[in-house]
Design a protein around this ligand. Structure first.
Ligand SMILES: NC(=O)c1ccc[n+]([C@@H]2O[C@H](COP(=O)([O-])OP(=O)(O)OC[C@H]3O[C@@H](n4cnc5c(N)ncnc54)[C@H](O)[C@@H]3O)[C@@H](O)[C@H]2O)c1
Ligand SMILES: O=c1ccn([C@@H]2O[C@H](COP(=O)(O)OP(=O)(O)O[C@H]3O[C@H](CO)[C@@H](O)[C@H](O)[C@H]3O)[C@@H](O)[C@H]2O)c(=O)[nH]1
Length: 329
């Protein structure tokens, strides 16, 4: 029997890519998603169970039906700006929803969870690159909701023996190299899909938020990590959880920073089109530079990014956006 893994948010961007990787690793991924932001067409490697993590009775049904060996927990709201204007929505979904999930796990003796955290838990770090010892001081409710869950996970480990691996992604990007699934957030706020849409003429321009940062070209620097590499890290984390039965946390990035202008140039090169830009003020709360120190993940997760060079990230994202839709590969 294949091990069953409950994947909350499995119809979303990173969740659907992880379901594919789980299936390739001979697991059965059960996607649990309320489809608020997910896409049922993205669920191709196991069943889709419609449901909300805020719905305790539905969670109970799912745990009874599948008795999952472990949970990979992506379901959350992730719009930083909205989290500032509507924090209650974020704490309820991201924090209260996670507590429901943990309670179901506890009741059913499910003792392992992999949690999607973010580099936003570090706020505006003083030292670059950011390793796992950096001070955690998030500057918006989204980042704080994720940090709260990190703390709650520690308490559940200590009190009930529920083990966790926290994976703090930097900027997820790119699309499945086979082309069947990719990034479709509605509304889209992420840089790479917006720049690609401008190159494809689906938007009239892209806005550059801040051109006077203290960086080489004045625009903000991020660490873009290919979604397929992130998916692989979840499979590796699952193996580690099984093997070691201890909780841990990892920063997931490449260690390489890329500026907004460098992204635009790369999209222009791949699309052979000019991307019209408009220079704007900095977006509030955007740090100038966020780059991971991935050494701990490289050493202890036995993980190597394979698709995260800028060329492959932009190329796979461009091909997927050009075709425009999910399809079975
Ligand atoms: N995309 C990034 O760059 C990035 C970076 C760091 C962390 N993260 C985190 O990774 C996770 C996945 O991000 P993504 O980009 O794939 O987002 P996404 O919106 O594509 O996926 C999230 C999924 O969760 C579902 N969902 C939300 N609330 C739910 C609820 N209450 N019950 C059931 N399902 C619910 C949505 O319908 C969606 O399918 C999130 O937790 C996000 O905070 C993302
Ligand atoms: O139209 C745009 C959109 C973005 N940016 C800039 O591009 C960079 C990347 O922005 P974006 O793609 O929106 O990602 P982040 O704001 O870095 O946030 C993402 O990455 C975080 C981790 O770094 C996650 O926690 C969030 O969920 C996820 O949205 C930032 O400097 C933005 O200011 C622009 O200049 N123009």
């Amino acid at each position: 029997m294949k091990p069953t893994i409950l994947v909350t948010g499995g119809a979303g961007y990173i969740g659907s890519h992880t379901c594919k990787a789980l299936r390739e690793a001979d697991c059965l991924p059960v996607a649990y998603d309320n489809l608020i932001y997910g896409h049922k067409e993205a669920v191709q490697w196991g069943p889709l169970e419609w449901g909300d993590i805020l719905d305790e009775a539905r969670l109970e049904q799912i745990f009874q039906a599948y008795q999952p060996e472990a949970v990979i927990h992506f379901a959350a709201f992730a719009y930083v700006g909205e989290s500032v204007t509507d924090p209650g929505k974020y704490y309820r979904n991201n924090v209260a929803g996670t507590i429901n999930l943990l309670e179901s796990m506890r009741r059913h003796g499910c003792r392992g969870i992999i949690f999607s955290s973010t580099c936003a838990v570090f706020g505006e770090p003083k030292m670059m690159p950011i390793d796992e010892t950096a001070v955690q001081n998030p500057i918006n409710p989204y980042g704080r909701s994720k940090l709260m869950v990190e703390r709650i996970l520690r308490d559940y480990d200590e009190a009930y023996g529920v083990r966790h691996i926290v994976l703090r992604y930097f900027n997820a990007a790119g699309a499945e190299p086979g082309g069947g699934i990719g990034e479709k957030h509605v509304p889209e706020t992420h840089l790479i899909p917006l720049v690609i849409d401008a190159a494809l003429g689906k938007r009239d321009k892209v806005e550059i938020f801040g051109t006077d940062y203290a960086t080489a070209d004045g625009t903000a620097i991020r660490d873009y990590i290919h979604v397929t590499d992130l998916a692989d890290a979840h499979v590796k984390a699952l193996k580690k959880l099984r093997r070691d039965d201890t909780s841990d946390h990892f920063n997931l990035g490449t260690g390489i920073g890329t500026s907004v202008r460098q992204i635009i140039q790369r999209v222009e090169a791949i699309s052979r089109n000019t991307v019209p830009v408009r220079e704007r003020q900095k977006r509030p709360g955007d740090p100038p530079e966020l780059v991971a120190d991935p050494c701990k993940a490289l050493q202890y997760l036995d993980w190597r990014p394979r698709f995260s060079d800028l060329e492959t990230i932009v190329e796979t994202a461009f091909r997927w956006h050009e075709s425009g839709e999910f399809r079975v590969t």
